[in-house]
Design a protein. Structure first.
Length: 222
C-alpha cells in the first residue's frame, strides 16, 4: 500500500512538472501585437534620424571636395615656386561625362596640353554629388557674385614666387569692409532643384596678393 501511494504521488508530481514546463513554453516568444509595436517604433526612429544622417553625409562630401580644391591650389602654388614659373588652376564641367574637372598647368601652356582630372575622385567623392562654383570673372579677377557656370578662362594664377600678379579681389559688400576675394565654392545640391546649390557650402578663398589660402563655409561662401 505504501509503495502504491508513493508511485501515485510521484506520477502526480511528474504530471505537474510537465504541465508547468509546457505552460512556460507556451508563454515564450512575442505576440503579433508586440512585433508590430516594435516595428512601428523602429520606423518612427528611422524617420526622425534619416534627415540628420543625410545632412551629415552631405557635409562630409562637400568637406572632402573642398579639400580637393584646396589641394589643387596648393599644388599649383608649390609648382610655381619650385619651378620658378607661373602656374594656373582651372575648373570645368565635362560636357560628355558631366564630371567637374580640374587642370593644373603652366600658364604659358596651350590649352590642348592641359591635363584634366575629375575633381574629388582621389578622395572618393563623385562630382555629381555636389556643385562647383566661383566668383571668378577671368584670371585672378573676382566678380560681384558666385556663378555655377564653369569655364577654363576663370582661373587662378600664381607667379614664380607663389603670389597672385595683378589680382582684383572684388568690391566689399556692406556691412563688410573687406573685398570678397577669389572664391572656389563647393555646394550640396538643393533638394528642390538638383541644378541649384543649397545653403550648405564650403569654399577656398584667396584674399591677398601673397596667395594666402583660407577655407570658409555656408554664408561666407556666397
Amino acid at each position: 500500500m505504501g509503495n502504491l501511494t508513493l508511485k501515485l504521488f510521484h506520477t502526480r508530481m511528474c504530471n505537474k512538472n510537465t504541465k508547468e514546463r509546457f505552460h512556460f513554453q507556451d508563454d515564450a516568444g512575442f505576440t503579433l501585437i508586440e512585433v508590430i509595436v516594435v516595428a512601428l517604433m523602429i520606423g518612427i526612429l528611422a524617420a526622425i534620424a534619416a534627415p540628420s544622417w543625410v545632412a551629415f553625409v552631405n557635409r562630409q562630401k562637400v568637406n572632402k571636395a573642398n579639400d580637393a580644391v584646396l589641394a589643387a591650389l596648393q599644388e599649383a602654388q608649390r609648382e610655381a615656386k619650385n619651378k620658378k614659373l607661373s602656374y594656373s588652376v582651372s575648373f570645368q564641367k565635362n560636357n560628355t561625362t558631366q564630371n567637374v574637372e580640374v587642370a593644373i598647368y603652366r600658364t604659358d601652356a596651350v590649352i590642348s596640353t592641359w591635363t584634366w582630372k575629375p575633381l574629388g575622385a582621389d578622395v572618393g567623392v563623385s562630382s555629381d554629388q555636389f556643385l562647383l562654383g566661383t566668383n571668378l570673372s577671368g584670371e585672378n579677377t573676382a566678380a560681384s557674385s558666385v556663378s555655377y557656370t564653369l569655364s577654363a578662362s576663370k582661373k587662378i594664377t600664381f607667379d614664380y614666387m607663389g603670389a597672385l600678379p595683378n589680382a582684383s579681389f572684388g568690391t566689399a559688400i556692406a556691412p563688410s569692409t573687406e573685398p570678397p576675394g577669389l572664391k572656389i565654392v563647393v555646394a550640396v545640391l538643393s533638394s528642390a532643384n538638383s541644378t541649384s546649390p543649397s545653403s550648405v557650402k564650403r569654399c577656398v578663398i584667396v584674399k591677398t596678393l601673397l596667395g594666402s589660402l583660407l577655407t570658409a563655409k555656408d554664408n561666407e561662401c556666397s
